[in-house]
Write a protein that binds this ligand. Structure first.
Ligand SMILES: *Cc1c(COP(=O)(O)O)cnc(C)c1O
Length: 430
């Protein structure tokens, strides 16, 4: 496989952009080797600058759920462009998308559009703090909520329950307001809550963890969190930037039937353009400026081109529930193939799946939280990644990411994927 152009671009980029990329995971650091630079994509395929074609299992980390360059999304964008690309003033499309999101996502009674998932989560906790008059938040080890300071926090040691900065530049002052608990452990949350009585503004969680591989919530876990938050006056925030419009048109909250107080959205919501949103109960959202005192703003928020793409995507998902049946069908087939491959080779790696989210951990232990996810052999994953790439399959360059399928994946492609998976697993265990 020729990678000359990608190599040259990366060499040049490294002198111009930190690490040569505009978001760290793209640099392939967790798997070794150099990133491939993408030229175009269509349907289930992505094509790099050297002309190599790959089957897509990243799909821009989720948004391209209908496959790349979907004609319906492209024409919505093309129709919007001649009317100019930004106004910084209200538009009809913003009203339309708000109405649509509110109709689709159970917890959302009012919604504010922003430009990324990070902006959505940062804003949501500010609003929760303003609403409750409390400072602290609870997050979960291994859950990702974008790069806001309050979320770049690692677990403190021993008896200290407050977090410590997980990145230079995050202050100890910020870290002391973020409490960490292990995923799927209700008792740990109860302990944090009783040690910080009346001090916790919000609990934020990925209702299905997708940023430490795919980790489902255990039975009763989300319900338990809901109960604790209601009892303690804590704002329950589901970060559905990944799960929203993916597990169901109403996201994980519809899938599991547990309604949070606030929801953050991103990825699919923009149809591939930079869009995020946060919403929730009327009473909470009415704290947001200019309705209320909590400040949050954005020059390009609700951008007309981004709204056109988002509306096209959400309208399609709303009108075509069969998309979700198809996504699950495709994922079930891929996962079944992976399991059969493992059986044939006498392997027993853990594969987790919820709807169209799945991944294989290179560990034989059940993976239910960050601790167990970390038992994975990341060196083995790195080799797996490279060998799949050589065979024309583009998967996320980290053990701790979910796979993202699109409806563009056909049965023939599933067979190709299954065959590549078998060959690579076999070579790795020869
Ligand atoms: C991707 C992601 C984010 C961050 O969204 P960006 O648009 O990258 O800022 C936040 N939360 C979750 C759950 C995500 O998967």
């Amino acid at each position: 496989m020729i990678k000359n152009k990608s190599k040259a671009l990366f060499e040049k980029a490294k002198n111009l952009i930190p690490g040569g990329v505009n978001s760290p995971v793209r640099a392939f650091k967790a798997v070794g080797g150099d990133p491939i630079f993408i030229k175009s994509a269509k349907g289930p395929y992505i094509i790099d600058e050297d002309g190599n074609q790959y089957i897509e299992l990243i799909n821009s980390w989720g948004p391209m759920i209908l496959g790349h360059a979907h004609p319906m999304i492209l024409s919505a964008i093309q129709e919007a462009i001649p009317n100019s690309t930004s106004f910084g003033a209200p538009t009809a499309r913003e009203v339309e998308i708000a109405e649509l999101i509110i109709s689709m996502v159970p917890s959302v009674e009012k919604v504010r559009m922003v430009n990324s998932g990070t902006e959505a989560t940062m804003s949501a906790i500010r609003v929760a703090r303003g609403y409750t008059g409390r400072d602290k938040i609870i997050k979960f080890e291994g859950c990702y909520h974008g790069h806001g300071d309050a979320f770049l926090i690692a677990a403190g040691s021993g008896a200290i329950t407050m977090g410590t900065p997980d990145s230079p530049g995050v202050t100890k002052g910020t870290a002391k307001d973020t409490l960490l608990a292990p995923y799927n452990d209700l008792a740990a949350v109860e302990r944090l809550v009783s040690q910080n009585k009346n001090e916790i503004a919000a609990l934020i969680i990925e209702p299905v963890a997708g940023n430490m591989g795919c980790i489902p919530p255990q039975k009763g876990y989300l319900e338990g969190l809901r109960e604790i938050c209601t009892r303690e006056g804590i704002v329950l925030i589901f970060d559905e930037v990944m799960t929203g419009f993916r597990l169901a048109k109403g996201g994980a909250q519809e899938y599991y039937g547990v309604t949070p107080d606030m929801t953050t959205l991103g990825k699919i919501i923009g149809g591939g353009l930079p869009v995020g949103a946060y919403g929730g109960k009327m009473e909470i959202m009415d704290c947001v400026s200019p309705a209320g005192p909590v400040y949050q703003a954005g020059t390009l928020s609700g951008n007309p081109i981004a709204m056109a793409a988002g509306l096209a995507m959400l309208n399609h998902l709303n009108d075509h529930p069969e998309v979700y049946t198809k996504l699950v069908e495709i994922t079930d087939k891929i996962v079944a193939g992976m399991r059969i491959n493992q059986e044939k080779l006498g392997l027993n790696y853990t594969i987790n799946q919820v709807g169209s989210m799945y991944n294989r951990f290179f560990t034989t232990q059940p993976v239910t939280d960050f601790e167990s996810a970390k038992t994975s052999d990341t060196g083995m994953f790195g080799k797996y990644f490279q060998m799949m790439l050589e065979r024309g399959v583009y998967i996320a360059p980290s053990q701790y990411e979910s796979f993202f399928v699109s409806t563009a994946i056909t049965d023939e492609l599933i067979d190709e994927l299954t065959k590549a998976d078998y060959e690579v697993l076999k070579a790795l265990h020869a």
